[in-house]
Every structure is written in C-alpha cells, then in structure tokens.
Design a protein around this ligand. Sequence first.
Ligand SMILES: Cc1cc2nc3c(=O)[nH]c(=O)nc-3n(C[C@H](O)[C@H](O)[C@H](O)COP(=O)(O)OP(=O)(O)OC[C@H]3O[C@@H](n4cnc5c(N)ncnc54)[C@H](O)[C@@H]3O)c2cc1C
Length: 378
Amino acid sequence: MPFHTDEAALRWASQDYGDLVHHRPAAVLRPVDETEICAAMGENVVPRGAGHSTGGQAQAPGGVVVDMTVFRTVHEVRADRVIVDAGARWSDVLRATLPRGLTPPVLTDYLELTVGGTLSVGGLGGASQHHGAQTDNVLALEVVTPSGALVTCTPHHNSQVFDAVRAGRGRHGIITRATLKLVPAPETVTWHRLCYGSVEQLVADQRLLVTAGSFDYLEGQLKFRDGRRVAELEAVSFTTASLVGLNHDEAETRTTSYWDFVNRLTTGEPLIRAAGLWDAPHPWCNLLLPDHAVEDVLRHLEGEGPELYGDFGLVLAYPLRADRLTTPRLQLPEGERIFLVAALRYAARDSPATVKAMQEANNALIEQAGGTLYLEPL
Ligand SMILES: Cc1cc2nc3c(=O)[nH]c(=O)nc-3n(C[C@H](O)[C@H](O)[C@H](O)COP(=O)(O)OP(=O)(O)OC[C@H]3O[C@@H](n4cnc5c(N)ncnc54)[C@H](O)[C@@H]3O)c2cc1C
C-alpha cells in the first residue's frame, strides 16, 4: 500500500491552518482506491482534506493520516444532485455545476475546503438561515466504516452510519464520495453591506431579517477600520429584497455574478499570504450561541484590541434557525434562533506572546459566552 513515511509527508500531515497543534503520524496513506482505505482502517486512522482545521482535527499522533485530496473527481451532475469525491473542493463542485445553472444550497465562505472536510464538521454559511448546514443537504454518502467496510448510506438506508459520519470529524468513518443536493443558481446577486453604529442595531436587524427570511444570504462582521470597530451586515438577494425598516447608518449596494460572490475570499487570500499571515498561527474560536447571549458576547469582543486580531482578523456574527439544522452530531445551544460567532485571529509567525494572548482571549470568550463550540475536535 502507498504508505509514506518520509519527512516531507510526516511534516505535511502534522501541520494545519491553525499552526498551533503539530502531531506527527507514523505514516501518511495516499490511497489509490477505496479498498486501500478499507484495508488500512483501524485505531488512529484519520482522514485529511485540505487541512484547514485550526486545532489538529485532521492529525493522527503516531497513527495514519489518509490524504483524501487524491480523490477529487466530480463524477456526475444531474438536475437536482451532484456526485463527487470527498477530496474535491467546493470550488471544484461549483466549476462543474454552475455551467448547468446549479449550485449546492449552502456554501462556506471559503471554497477551497474539501467536501469531506466540511461534511465532517457541519459547513455553515450565509444561506444556512434557510437551508441549514451542508451536512443537512446531503442525499447519500459512500463511507469506509471504522471496521473497514465500504457502505452506501442515506437518511433511510444505513442511517446510523449516515448520522455518525456527518459532523463526525472523521472519527466515525471516512467519507469517500458524496451525493449533494443542488438547486438553481442565480446568475447575478445584489449584495448589500450595511454599517451600524452599535452591535445592538446590527443584531436587531439580523433578527428582523432572519425572521422575515427575505434575503438569500445573511452574515455580519465586526472589524477594525481606521483603528475603530465597525459593525457590518451583509445581506445578499438572488432576486430583489427591500432594506426598508432597517436601522443601518450607511449602505453600499452592488450587483455581481454569483461566482464572484461565492468565491469572494480568493481575492483576500493573496493579500494575507503576502503579509505572511496565511502560513502562520490562527487561534480561531467558533461558537454557536443562544439568541439571548449574542449582544453581551459581541460587546465583550468589541472591547478587545486590534492586537488580538492582527491586520486581517475580524469577528463573524450571523443568525441561524435551529429548525433548519437537523444534523444529529451538530451540537446546538437551546432556542429557535441561534448565532454563529467566530473570533478569527491572525498572529504573526514567531510571535508566541501574541498567540498566547489570543488563546487566553478565546478562553475568556468561551467562559463568558456559554453556547457550544463549533469545529472543535470531538
Ligand atoms: C479560511 C477558512 C474559512 C472557513 N470558512 C468556513 C465557513 O464559512 N463555514 C464553516 O462552516 N467552516 C468554515 N471553515 C472551517 C472549515 O469548514 C473546517 O475547518 C473544515 O473541516 C475544513 O475542511 P478541510 O477540507 O480543510 O478539512 P481538514 O482540515 O483536512 O479536516 C477537517 C476534519 O474533517 C475530517 N475529514 C476530512 N476529510 C474527511 C473525509 N473524507 N471523511 C470524513 N472526515 C473527513 C478530518 O479528519 C478532520 O476531523 C473555514 C476555515 C478556513 C481556514
């Protein structure tokens, strides 16, 4: 079997986007086909997609890391579904579906994550207020179970495997192929960025909009601009939707292609790389909060200084509806409406004091916030 034990392979498998946890495996498996994964299955065999975890989730101390990026084919696009290898990135999926006018209903903000990687955590985005997580939009999966059997599972067939592996962090089976739901994609979108004087106003409008369900995509951010905090709401419509009744101070509206909208983070990546902050520590903290907690948490985060974020850091904050999130392993706080709040921090390389301060800030945040942790290792 194609096991790799050379230094480059072991170093690759002990690194991730977080750059905080570095566990070396005994070997890396780059399988030729699924049967090799079946044969390798056992204790401490961990799949790895694009390695964009921030806490060693795809690492296997002393074990075997399976490089899933060798399976990257988009097999078939139909009117309502796409069948794709788990190691394909979401950008690969869209390149195959958009020419047919189709898209997965929910996309993560960044498309260079693998299908298997996000299906093993949930996969949330601005469309989750309507459609739930990416794990809620899966029709079927092919999975290598922990005992080494290759099975097909759906909500109705081998449903225990289906429920175990979605948001299962690769610890309850390895997804090799996925059949994903598709919906019609708009050609263009209307993209509003609304600025607010306070987090209370931002959250009030987010509540209004998630209840109305009038926008196709809804997110929000706190970021630093010219040294001061700005609260911003992003509301995107695939047809038309009104801003009437909202309490923003300023609005910027533009029309753009659907692809440019969903692929928007690729323009930021080269800038972050050029600043040396892409391959550097990212002490990120992702929380799912009950509705009543969100203003307090955002006020707390507003009080944090820019040194806890770095030049590209920000706080993401957006509402979700619990009734749309049905994946059993996705741990949600109580209540019908919940908020994703994420502190996305960028530390310079070789700056352990900054990393420590950021990690302490995350611990303080978790202690204050309550709610559940999203994306953490199981
Ligand atoms: C820049 C950036 C933007 C992000 N944006 C979002 C966002 O908008 N929404 C969101 O929800 N998340 C977001 N994330 C987090 C991201 O979804 C998760 O970290 C995801 O797990 C990364 O996917 P990956 O392919 O890099 O997986 P990896 O980091 O390689 O693996 C992640 C986990 O998935 C498991 N895994 C990998 N492949 C498989 C497989 N085939 N079968 C079973 N398990 C597998 C691994 O064992 C590990 O536990 C973002 C992360 C980054 C770095």
